[in-house]
Design a protein around this ligand. Sequence first.
Ligand SMILES: O=c1ccn([C@@H]2O[C@H](COP(=O)(O)OP(=O)(O)O[C@H]3O[C@@H](CO)[C@H](O)[C@H]3O)[C@@H](O)[C@H]2O)c(=O)[nH]1
Ligand SMILES: [Mn+2]
Length: 352
Amino acid sequence: MAPILKGEVDIVIPTIRSLDFLENWRPFFEPYHLIIIQDGDPTKVIKVPEGFDYELYNRNDINRILGPKANCISFKDGACRCFGFLVSKKKFIYTIDDDCFVAKDPTGKDIDALAQHLENLTKPSTPYFFNTLYDPYREGADFVRGYPFSLRAGVPTAVSHGLWLNIPDYDAPTQLVKPLERNKTYVDAVMTIPKGTLYPMCAMNLAFNRELVGPAMYFGIMGDGQPIGRYDDMWAGWCSKVVCDHLGYGVKTGLPYLWHSKASNPFANLKKEFKGLFWQEEMIPFFQSVTLPKECTNAQQCYLELAKQAKEKLGPIDPYFHNLADAMVTWIEAWEEFNTPAKSNTNSSESA
Ligand SMILES: O=c1ccn([C@@H]2O[C@H](COP(=O)(O)OP(=O)(O)O[C@H]3O[C@@H](CO)[C@H](O)[C@H]3O)[C@@H](O)[C@H]2O)c(=O)[nH]1
Ligand SMILES: [Mn+2]
């Protein structure tokens, strides 16, 4: 069978470890193009398994390509992955961590996570009214009795948030008290997250429509030189959900699962997350109450407005939020530079 949407998908992988995990994904990923963001020491040579089509960027490349704007891309944090979103030219992005493997469904069959994401993204969402049989567009399901006919067309789907078997995406305190907990529950469901409801978006197994929501998928300034780390995907999740709600796009969560193999160190994570654990209690109410003016009709405009409001409302918590808001603006400037027709050549350090 021909690979689905082959020329319209980039797979973005941030890595500070190795790319050995790709061997496990070979049957599913080999037909697609990979954008690898090598984090940490740029002099380290990382091996990409034979046969994959890829471009690879290390920190020196990011600095060279973005110049002064490179300060909006994090160093020593998985947040560096958003550089791949910026330089991609494809409609869909699938991003995955380097410690994730192919999971099996309850019948023992290997799950093609990318195919399920593309199915989620190419079928509509239902953010305005919940369908109790979950995704009505899945084979074998439909809208249940009482579902408004006027809403059955749904809206375009912008984000597909997949889940994880084995190591769950816990914060450091939860990891510390439950070091042996493993997720073994496979829930065979895809559902739209209702309009007005936020969620903790994890970037381990995430796909999105770059054309609809790419500018709002900014992973912030985290890690080296910042007072916070590991809130990259949370930040992007809150921002992109607010933008999707405003623009009338859907966000789905559920299938596909993958197998998350490696628990990151909870003590190291606690240090990185510490301030975020407090700040999230103020960040979330901000996103819950934010409203975007009707003049904001695309993701760039929405994102600049969010940056303005974040500076004003979150700035008093800590000077970090001033810097983050400035970085959000820089990100949009970079986005416009890279995503305006005519300017597209990034000249990566390596490609095959
Ligand atoms: O400094 C770094 C640290 C990590 N990476 C790469 O980012 C991903 C995720 O890293 P890791 O597996 O260590 O983190 P988890 O706690 O398991 O994953 C969750 O935390 C996230 C928030 O940052 C992440 O999106 C979640 O899935 C790996 O590919 C690392 O190699 C990095 O590039 N730089
Ligand atoms: Mn991991």
